[in-house]
Design a protein around this ligand. Structure first.
Ligand SMILES: C[S@@+](CC[C@H](N)C(=O)[O-])C[C@H]1O[C@@H](n2cnc3c(N)ncnc32)[C@H](O)[C@@H]1O
Length: 270
């Protein structure tokens, strides 16, 4: 087995990463993964010798543009680890704002519907943090639902997952709807970073030409008294137009100051 010192392997691949426009820190993250040690251990044991091949293989994927989270098969969201692969969107930190808002606002015992499960990160986080809630989560992608169910098992979550195109296969009433829907207008899709465009599911990113197609459907008459939606940059006015039966009661900005989560209440309710 060819071997190389950790210090030499690390320096060599960090340099290659930099040259390829990849964050050299990714080398340290993956080095810790392949050695099964912490990053602190890796820094302190530069003289140890390892087989360079596993890390070279992973870094080759990274330098071809594959997201770090898919290579590692996991990411963190709201303090929990979620399995992810190319069947689901990689959970984003700003989506934690939606979970926080739902935790704070959901009435005790509320029936909650999450539209667009993806990895299950919203529904599972909400159900684990607020075990009084009855959480259902739907996705049009059966492939995404397989990932969400796997995450639910790991976290011993009792979220009910189902396949549905927005409300099409849904029966029953809900007190609260939460959703991080696909919201990127189709024309903007080609301008996304290649890392996103070439690896994350298109159906998780763009719903059609306007970007608001799923949002419009989830704000129709069959919706719940309260709806919380993650929106895209500059989309608040479009949401206002689509929300004829609702008042916007709160808009939460993300850390970049972008209007990111909209809380809507059906007319006549607080
Ligand atoms: C932006 S991703 C959000 C995933 C996850 N909730 C998160 O926050 O990371 C949107 C999800 O909505 C799903 N989706 C897209 N169109 C849908 C539709 N018409 N009905 C139900 N789900 C849909 C996609 O398959 C995708 O999993």
């Amino acid at each position: 087995m060819p071997d190389e010192s950790i210090a030499s392997l690390r320096a060599r691949l960090r340099e290659a990463a930099r040259a390829a426009g990849v964050n050299p820190r990714d080398v340290d993250v993956l080095l810790a993964d392949v050695t099964g040690r912490s990053q602190a251990w890796v820094f302190a044991h530069g003289e140890e010798r390892v087989d360079p091949a596993p890390l070279e293989t992973l870094m080759a994927r990274r330098m071809r543009g594959e997201p770090l989270q898919y290579i590692r098969g996991r990411t963190e969201f709201f303090g929990r680890e979620f399995f992810v692969d190319e069947r689901v969107l990689i959970p984003r930190p700003e989506t934690e704002l939606l979970v926080e808002a739902a935790i704070a606002r959901a009435p005790r015992g509320a029936r909650v519907l999450d539209i667009g499960s993806g990895s299950g990160c919203i529904a599972i986080s909400l159900e684990r943090e607020r075990q009084d809630l009855e959480v259902t989560s739907i996705d049009v992608s059966v492939a995404a639902l397989a990932v969400a169910s796997r995450n639910a098992r790991v976290h011993e979550s009792v979220v009910r997952f189902a396949a549905s195109d927005v409300f099409d296969a849904i029966r029953g009433e809900f007190d609260l709807i939460v959703s991080n829907p696909p919201y990127i207008p189709a024309a903007d899709y080609d301008r996304l970073e290649t890392e996103v465009r070439d690896h994350e599911p298109r159906g998780a990113l763009t719903p059609g030409p306007r970007g608001t197609e799923v949002i419009e459907r989830l704000l129709d008459g069959r919706s719940a008294p309260t709806v919380m939606i993650e929106i895209g940059f500059g989309q608040l006015n479009d949401v206002r137009q689509a929300a004829a039966g609702y008042d916007i009661v709160e808009v939460i900005n993300d850390l970049a100051g972008i209007e990111r989560v909209v809380v809507l209440s059906r007319h006549g309710r607080k």
